[in-house]
Design a protein around this ligand. Structure first.
Ligand code: ADP
Ligand code: MG
Length: 171
């Protein structure tokens, strides 16, 4: 038994938002940075091309980190971005698409990168399900059309649930 076991007693909040275009995805990401607790892990699920990396770019922009630095990682699975604003959180962007086996996670530097006062955004979180903290924000993106997406946000844990409840539909 560990903290990674599903905990049915955690408070959970859920919001489903229709996002009409990419600019709205970036606005939603910026809005999330206003309410997300620190530290926090955000699991980003959705098919290739859903907008997971685009969402992390929106988070980076809101933190004044150059969004062009946020890539779909080809070399290495984890990218760390130092805080660009005073007192801001470190941004960790992990893409586990190429993780062949969960046993390889230890070699990626996950333990070091995901600790401390960071916001950790994980694409393909299902590949490392056992390593995810029970208290987290889950975002599922589904593709509705070439430009429209449905975002389902779920906060697990008191602070994470409060953050999700504070999110409104993007204007
Ligand atoms: N509403 C939207 N939100 C996010 N991306 C969108 C949206 N509409 C179109 N796109 C496009 O979809 C693609 C998403 O790619 P990316 O963010 O790399 O997806 P993923 O990381 O989920 O594989 C980009 O080419 C982006 O321009
Ligand atoms: Mg991606």
């Amino acid at each position: 038994m560990g903290s990674t076991m599903p905990d049915e007693t955690l408070p959970i909040a859920e919001r489903r938002l229709l996002v009409p275009d990419e600019a709205a995805t970036r606005r939603l990401a910026a809005r999330l940075t206003e309410v997300l607790p620190r530290p926090c892990l955000v699991a980003l699920a959705g098919d290739l091309g859903a907008g997971k990396t685009t969402f992390v770019k929106g988070v980076a922009a809101a933190l004044e980190i150059d969004p062009a630095e946020v890539l779909s990682p080809t070399f290495g699975l984890i990218h760390e971005h130092a805080a660009a604003v005073a007192g801001g959180p470190r941004l960790v962007h992990a893409d586990m698409y190429r993780l062949a086996d969960p046993g390889e996670l230890v070699e990626t530097g996950w333990e070091e990168a995901s600790g401390g006062d960071a916001w950790v955004f994980v694409e393909w979180p299902e590949r490392i399900a056992a390593a995810l903290p029970a208290e987290r924000v889950e975002i599922e993106i589904t593709i509705d059309s070439a430009v429209a997406r449905t975002f389902t946000l779920r906060g697990r844990g008191a602070a994470q649930a409060a953050a999700v409840q504070a999110i409104e539909a993007p204007a």
